[in-house]
Design a protein around this ligand. Structure first.
Ligand SMILES: Cc1cc2nc3c(=O)[nH]c(=O)nc-3n(C[C@H](O)[C@H](O)[C@H](O)COP(=O)(O)OP(=O)(O)OC[C@H]3O[C@@H](n4cnc5c(N)ncnc54)[C@H](O)[C@@H]3O)c2cc1C
Ligand code: FES
Length: 285
């Protein structure tokens, strides 16, 4: 894990309210694993004081400007504008200074080679699944089930298709793909074949529904959680979730930023009041 003072290489709106930012990031091609994240800080302005967590969508190299220069290493993040930090981010341009702390957290485990993999992405939850698909596609069949409220929430699907991933799109308003929830598509796929591993990232209600379906089909599941985070390195405890077997008498809390953000479903407590929802920590915002 390193703190890089670096610069923005590009920042483009790819769908209404969604931006894709490329950032100069030395060493990330070597260090970053699918499912890991960075803590991002806009350097010039003081507020927002806290860094913001973003999944790593992709790592890569840009050609050098001239023969004597090495190629530029970059990461890409994709973000949805939801508040003060992401509003500042959408105004950034080539050359603007920013700070990256990372790569952070535990990434996905790839599972058995030759076993089919189903990736479930809800909206911006698609982000950490791209590098995972890149790693798995050479030895496994990979399907992506992508869900959103409207067609605007369906992003980068063609890039998954270019990797060779079979994609299924669903939107709640029926404006793109099948009308309905992505979890309904998952249920159908697991009825056809439950000898698969499932990897999911998205809003908490979607994650909980995916867990119920996978648990009913006895299908292994890894989830990437998007808890509120203040420090990203295990210091503030603002991101804890309840671990499996948690009770009031014997509490078990896991830091999403250190133990996660990717968890095996069996590591977490699921169910109505004792679910895996992130703590609502007043320190974090
Ligand atoms: C490990 C991890 C990876 C993430 N990856 C991405 C990503 O790839 N792309 C992306 O767009 N976002 C991602 N997020 C969420 C992102 O960090 C928040 O959207 C961002 O911090 C909001 O900052 P803000 O200052 O714009 O909004 P704020 O002003 O801080 O908050 C605006 C609203 O968004 C809500 N909010 C803030 N953070 C979260 C969160 N983590 N989950 C749910 N609601 C939240 C707040 O409660 C508030 O209602 C990730 C979060 C985590 C923990
Ligand atoms: S965000 Fe501070 S401990 Fe996880």
């Amino acid at each position: 894990m390193k703190n890089h003072k670096t610069i923005v290489l590009s920042n483009q709106e790819i769908s209404p309210g969604y931006y894709r930012m490329r950032i100069l990031a030395p060493d990330y091609n070597k260090l970053a694993r699918p499912g890991q994240f960075v803590m991002f800080r806009v350097q010039r302005s003081l507020p927002p004081l806290l860094r913001r967590p973003f999944g790593i969508f992709r790592v890569g190299f840009m050609p050098a400007d001239c023969d004597t220069m090495p190629p530029k290493e970059f990461i890409e993040i994709i973000y949805k504008v939801v508040g003060s930090g992401t509003e500042i981010m959408q105004g950034l341009h080539y050359g603007d200074p920013v700070e990256l702390l990372g790569p952070l957290g535990q990434g996905f485990e790839f599972g058995e080679a030759d076993e089919e993999k189903i990736l479930v992405g809800g909206g911006i939850g698609l982000v950490p699944l791209y590098m995972l698909a890149e790693k798995m596609i050479d030895h496994s069949k990979v399907r992506l089930l992508m869900g959103g409220r409207t067609r605007d929430d369906i992003i980068t699907v063609t890039e998954f298709e270019r990797l060779g991933v079979e994609t299924y799109v669903s939107t709640e308003d029926g404006s793109l793909g099948e009308a309905g929830l992505v979890t309904q598509v998952l249920e159908k796929k697991l009825q056809e074949n439950n000898q698969v591993s499932v990897y999911a990232c998205g809003p908490m209600p979607m994650i909980e529904a995916v867990e119920k379906i996978c648990s009913a089909h006895r299908t292994p599941l890894q989830v990437s959680l998007e808890a509120l985070m203040a420090c990203g390195v295990g210091a503030c405890l603002g991101c804890v979730v309840k671990g499996a077997g948690h009770t009031q008498e014997q509490p078990s809390y896991l830091c999403t930023c250190k133990v996660g953000p990717v968890f095996h479903a069996r590591q977490l407590a699921w169910g109505s009041d004792d679910d895996a929802a992130a703590s609502d920590c007043g320190v974090c915002r």
